[in-house]
Design a protein around this ligand. Structure first.
Ligand code: SF4
Length: 345
């Protein structure tokens, strides 16, 4: 029988995005309620509860098992020196899988496993960081043994509602985008998309109000309020408020270890490059919509960055805080609703 010529996806070889830089400096943002800390498997809940009975449990907001946070928003295992007590006392393998993995991810493609990174942590966005090497991150993205575990598998690339490309056809197109992002061109020009498209069945005003209402006392809620206020300001000329920066200490630490000041363009370009490289968008929609929604979050992020600059924040830090906010919002159900409304019905 003739062999199956359809190319399957694979996780090896591990492929970092050229130019992506990261190491954990312990800036300490990822172990807080900047995002939900989880989800955990039932087995992980049981082992965390063996260490601290109240450390983990069902979370109605996330509809899943999560680690609990203390009154200051930090994980109950986060120590005053920003180290994890589980890691310190029992080793990295004792931590829940999500803790070992963050901010790394893996997407299986026909040519190998792309290593991806989230940008909400200043360890990924600020300072002098080493290039990501497969051998340094492999254990973080692997299961208990040595098998890398993919977050998603992408074989073909949807370019528009009616056009799909083979992965081999997509790669040179993507390489050109990544090259232009590394240059000096305006980022909106590279994306070649207009931000803030008309929303079908909703409006930017309504969405902004929902983001602002999502403020719930967590750092995530504050980030949502920043984005909601910024949408209001950009779309309706309302005066933006400054909902506070409860994450400031983590960025203070990042700034203290980063004497060389980077540009805001580089921070935004690096984030957009990873958004494209991660292929998260290819799971649910197409590259045409991805460019529009990225252009919209970029416009929001650049406005937040400009406001932070006015308060005296240096360029790379202002951009890193803005990227953290627009990335968090982009991962939320609130933004999924916005993206659904961007699609003509
Ligand atoms: S268990 Fe440790 S690594 Fe995971 S969120 Fe808590 S402090 Fe951070």
């Amino acid at each position: 029988m003739a062999g199956n010529k359809k190319k399957k996806t694979q996780v090896r070889p591990l492929i970092p995005r050229p130019g992506a830089r990261y190491t954990c400096f312990g800036d300490g943002l990822c172990c807080t309620d900047i995002h939900g800390i989880g989800p955990l498997t039932k087995k992980e809940v049981a082992s965390m509860r063996r260490i601290d009975r109240k450390s983990a449990g069902w979370n109605d907001d996330h509809d899943d098992y999560m680690l609990n946070t203390a009154a200051d928003g930090g994980c109950v295992f986060l120590m005053a020196d920003q180290r994890c007590s589980v890691h310190a006392q029992l080793g990295p393998e004792a931590k829940p899988d999500g803790c070992r993995r963050f901010p790394l991810g893996l997407v299986a493609t026909p040519v190998g496993g792309r290593i991806t990174t989230d940008h909400r942590c200043p360890c990924r966005t600020m300072g002098d960081r080493p290039e990501i090497r497969p051998e340094d991150v492999e254990s973080s993205i692997s299961d208990g043994g040595s098998r890398p575990v993919a977050d998603r598998r992408i074989k073909r690339i949807p370019m528009s509602p009616k056009k799909e490309l083979k992965f081999s056809e997509w790669e040179p197109i993507e390489a050109e985008y990544l090259k232009r992002l590394r240059g000096r061109e305006a980022l909106l020009e590279v994306l070649d998309a207009e931000p803030f498209p008309a929303l079908h069945g909703s409006s930017w005003d309504k969405q902004a109000d929902e983001f602002i209402d999502a403020r719930d006392g967590s750092q995530f809620g504050v980030a949502m309020a920043w984005v909601g206020d910024t949408i209001s300001a950009l779309q309706n000329g309302r005066s933006p408020r400054a909902p506070g920066r409860p994450w400031a200490a983590a960025f203070d630490r990042a700034q203290a270890r980063s004497p060389k000041v980077g540009t805001s363009r580089d921070v935004f370009a690096d984030w957009i490059a990873d958004e494209i490289w991660s292929l998260k968008w290819a799971e649910d929609y197409d590259f045409a919509l991805a460019r529009v929604e990225l252009a919209t979050r970029l416009a929001i992020g650049e406005d937040i960055c400009a406001r932070l600059r006015k308060t005296g924040a240096r360029a790379d830090r202002a951009a890193a805080e803005a990227v953290m906010m627009v990335e968090l919002v982009g991962e939320s159900d609130f933004w999924t609703e916005v993206k659904d409304c961007m699609r003509p019905s």
